[in-house]
Design a protein around this ligand. Structure first.
Ligand code: HEM
Length: 430
């Protein structure tokens, strides 16, 4: 494969995986700054991940789409990763579980296995089902906003952590309902989520507990099916029915892929809009639809900064870089979102009037299955949050999560204004 073969190389001779143009660090103050360095170095450049693991980073939208459309050359299957099998990747490398997940699920296989595993999920996780979740999402959002108001009013300066109060619990609650998890298990599931998505804790035992829970959940839904996604998966015709292990892996992927990403979307959107008041005014006045803000945030400040990994199945020249069979390829969504070759000279400007599309939900066979749900949650939360507190501000600069993969913050303290919104009652927890 040769994508855009005319792309110039660096002055230092051919790019080589072993000679990184940049080292990504979890302590980076700003992943957008790293993205600029990688993008300016070229469309496909060698970079080093924390732990000294070298990968090719794709920084251009068009090149990434080529990669994601060619699973025969750029596989999702870790069996093709030369360094892994050569013993060069330490077994305790913290990013191993994300770079090369073990086991078999739709995220780490190619066709025909991918269609076999994705087909049933796509059949039941439809846009129609997502539209049906709208009243639930509105209701949960309103209750969380009430609770957030109460928490803010209990402080001297009317501040509260939006991430903790709304962005974190909302997607978790919605996924739990989607899967038919009974209310009485929500808090137990929430505890698992807390560990699973906390980079400072070892997720192994929480993951094992979650898998055991999902097996029990399947048995329960088999005995007493409902109208939820799990029951519909179980109901599918024989030709499409998966084994219990495959079903549990599918539910696990929905949880892992769908929760954290949506948390970051909500946090990044609030942060972006409060620092672009002119844009927020266009939304508040009704001149521009809230859904456009969601799209523009996904491009300009995407939740997934750098996505691990695809593996070259054979030698390939990609936008001027010579890849060997077994080389790992990282898709840098954060670099692609402001790619001037796709978005022009104003690629770096956040502009809800000029929504230019994005690839932040991926592309090709593995394109995000949950995009309609993430979009719906984003629109509902922004509309209701700013509808209620149009003058809301971010009270202090948020701390970045120490990760090179997600574009995320550990909290987002906001000040609710005006301050006359004191609820007469503190509502029950959601
Ligand atoms: C803003 C939020 C989200 C973002 C930015 C996002 C991003 C992505 C990306 C980039 C991929 C492609 C991975 C690849 O190329 O291998 C993906 C796949 C996937 N996403 Fe999302 N996602 C989001 C929300 C969700 C939600 C809410 C769900 C479900 C509840 C979900 C479920 C999935 C699944 C199941 C896949 C795997 C598809 C496959 O491998 O065939 N995502 N997502």
């Amino acid at each position: 494969m040769d994508v855009n073969p005319g792309t110039p190389r660096t002055d230092d001779g051919p790019l080589r995986l072993a000679r990184p143009v940049h080292r990504l660090s979890p302590d980076s103050a700003d992943l957008h700054h790293d993205a600029v360095i990688m993008r300016e170095a070229g469309p496909v450049v060698p970079v080093e991940l924390p732990g000294g693991v070298p990968v090719w980073a794709v920084t251009r939208d068009a090149v990434a789409r080529q990669v994601l459309r060619a699973p025969d050359v750029f596989s999702s299957d870790r069996r093709h990763w030369r360094a892994l099998h050569g013993g060069e990747i330490p077994a305790d490398w913290p990013l191993l579980g994300l770079a090369a997940p073990q086991g078999r699920s739709l995220v780490n296989v190619d066709n025909p296995d991918h269609s076999y595993l994705r087909g049933p999920l796509a059949t039941v996780f439809t846009e129609k089902r997502v539209r049906g979740l709208q009243p639930l999402i509105e209701d949960v959002t309103d209750r969380l906003l009430d609770r957030m108001a109460a928490a803010a009013h209990a402080t001297a300066d009317n501040t509260v952590d939006f991430r903790q109060q709304v962005a974190w619990p909302l997607p978790m609650t919605v996924i739990s309902h989607l899967l038919g998890v009974p209310e009485c298990d929500h808090s137990m599931l929430r505890e698992h989520f807390d560990v699973l998505f906390d980079d400072t804790q070892d997720p192994k035992s929480a993951m094992a507990d979650l898998i055991a829970y999902l097996h029990r959940h399947l048995q329960r839904m088999r005995r007493a099916p409902g109208t939820d996604l799990t029951s519909d998966l179980l109901r599918l015709s024989d030709g499409k029915r998966l084994t219990d292990d495959e079903l549990v892996a599918a539910l696990q992927v929905l949880i892992v892929a769908g929760h954290e990403t949506t948390v970051h979307l909500l946090v990044n959107a609030v942060r972006t809009l409060t620092t672009h008041r002119d844009q927020l005014d266009l939304l508040l006045s009704g001149d521009v639809a809230w859904s456009r803000a969601v799209e523009e945030v996904l491009r300009w400040d995407p939740p997934t900064a750098n996505f691990l990994l695809r593996f070259a199945t054979r030698p390939a020249t990609l936008a001027g870089a010579d890849l060997q069979a077994g080389d790992p390829v990282m898709i840098s969504y954060i670099a692609m979102g402001r790619d001037p070759e796709r978005y022009g000279p104003a690629a770096g400007e956040f502009d809800v009037r000029n929504v230019r599309g994005h690839t932040s939900f991926g592309h090709g066979a593995h394109v995000c299955l949950g995009a309609p749900l993430a979009r719906l949650e984003g629109r509902i939360v922004l509309e209701r949050l700013f509808g209620r507190w149009p003058a809301l501000t971010v009270a202090s600069a948020p701390d970045r999560f120490p990760t090179v993969l997600m574009n995320s913050y550990s909290g987002l303290t906001v000040r609710l204004a005006p301050a006359d919104d004191r609820p007469c009652d503190i509502p029950a927890g959601v």
